[in-house]
Design a protein around this ligand. Structure first.
Ligand code: TXA
Ligand code: MG
Length: 315
């Protein structure tokens, strides 16, 4: 739905307005030292679904959670000793750590794409830090560009791609690093998931061990293909108009279910409910999960992509 994208300053008024939009579930693009992020309240399913809609992302890739401090990071992830050394050396800054999700952290499952790990970072840009402190909670943010386009390093880039699709952009000038953060997997042994603003040699020096890149033969070609990706235990049957005996039903639009993604056929609402409903139906331990047809358009593409993965044979 087209909306007017407000251009906010980096003064106290602009910061307060941006935080208020986040609290109300809206989308605000904001500067970080790497690239502009498209931020939303990481605990609000609908707000996070809105990110995917605004970017027209074909898949629910997991998103990076941005926080203002180590203390707040520790509220959402389990914290190994190595994370102390890395955060002391590189935070705030262009390093993202992938760590085990802390139970009860309250993050939308869309942020993690249903994984049991979370990517988290404390950005260094003073405007980003002021915004995160004013908001007072975790902010999910991919780069603020339409899917498939290059990452924005100025407010003009953001507006070129997303004007009329987001509530506001905080105009904080050009990004210093201009390259996304380095992503380090720390859920098991350290592994480089994406090269970026912090060189891998610097990570190795801080950790005192080698940091191999993710093995190309096992690496996902897209994050949504990660082998640890969430799939229900019950078999999933797509395009179903009704449940068969023993099945539970995930409805959409005119096809009502035990749980329904969106009775009024709203794809943003459906995306917001997707992972939560799948988990809830899976927990019933039924013979199978029947899923109503979802249109292959807009956010429906990402929903169907995820549903097809959930329905794919395991192995
Ligand atoms: O510099 C940056 O990192 C920027 C600024 C805005 O912070 N953000 C950014 O986000 O580049 P995005 O969405 O464009 O890239 C996030 C990457 C995805 O490719 C995804 O694979 C990875 O982070 N990621 C997120 N959560 C993950 C997880 N739990 N496990 C593995 N990879 C994850
Ligand atoms: Mg990106």
């Amino acid at each position: 739905m087209p909306e007017t994208t407000d251009r906010l300053g980096t003064d106290a008024g602009g910061i307060a307005r941006a935080a208020a939009i986040w609290r109300a579930g809206g989308l605000v693009a904001f500067p970080t030292e790497t690239v502009y992020g498209l931020g939303a309240d990481a605990c609000n399913d609908r707000a996070v679904a809105g990110i995917f809609e605004a970017k027209a992302r074909p898949r629910f890739n997991p998103l990076i959670v941005h926080v203002d401090s180590v203390a707040r990071a520790r509220e959402v992830v389990a914290w190994p000793e190595a994370a102390d050394r890395l955060s002391e050396a590189f935070w705030p800054g262009p390093l993202t750590l992938v760590l085990p999700l802390r139970a009860g952290a309250g993050l939308s499952p869309l942020v993690t794409a249903g994984l049991d790990t979370v990517a988290v970072r404390v950005p260094a840009h003073p405007v980003a830090r002021a915004l995160l402190a004013a908001f007072g909670g975790p902010v999910a943010a991919p780069s603020a560009n339409p899917s498939g386009r290059i990452s924005p390093t100025s407010p003009a880039h953001v507006l070129a791609g997303l004007d009329g699709r987001i509530a506001a952009v905080v105009e904080g000038g050009a990004c210093e690093v201009g390259l996304e953060s380095t992503i380090l997997g720390l859920a098991d042994a350290p592994v480089l998931l994406r090269p970026g603003g912090v060189p891998v040699e610097a990570l190795e020096a801080a950790l005192g061990c080698a940091v191999p890149a993710q093995d190309a033969s096992t690496a996902p070609t897209a994050p949504g293909q990660m082998r640890s990706h969430y799939a229900p235990g019950s078999p999933v049957r797509l395009g179903a108009e009704a449940a068969r005996p023993g099945e539970v039903m995930l409805g959409f639009g005119p096809v009502a279910g035990d749980l329904t993604l969106s009775a009024r056929g709203d794809l943003v609402e459906a995306a917001a409910n997707l992972f939560g409903h799948l988990h809830a139906l899976d927990a019933k331990g039924a013979a199978g999960i029947a899923v109503a047809p979802v249109p292959e358009a807009g956010l429906g593409r990402a929903i169907n992509d995820r549903l097809r993965r959930a329905a794919a044979p395991k192995g």
